[in-house]
Design a protein around this ligand. Structure first.
Ligand SMILES: [Zn+2]
Length: 63
């Protein structure tokens, strides 16, 4: 998802234009962070490990 189509709730202008402080703050945040930026890398690894364990358990049960 890109931010160029987002409309600011404060000034009702496109966030990408940065017309008000809310726009500029949102624009900076969206430019800095990707879709997974809010996730801790360790949390991602832990989630992956849990997923692998679940798949292994399921494969063991069905085999
Ligand atoms: Zn705005």
């Amino acid at each position: 998802m890109t931010y160029d189509r987002l409309v600011c709730a404060n000034c009702a202008a496109p966030v990408s234009e940065g017309r008000c402080p809310v726009c500029r703050a949102n624009r900076e945040r969206l430019q800095q962070e990707g879709p997974f930026a809010g996730l801790n890398p360790m949390a991602l690894i832990a989630a992956l490990a849990v997923l692998v364990a679940a798949v292994a358990l399921l494969a063991h049960q069905t085999a």
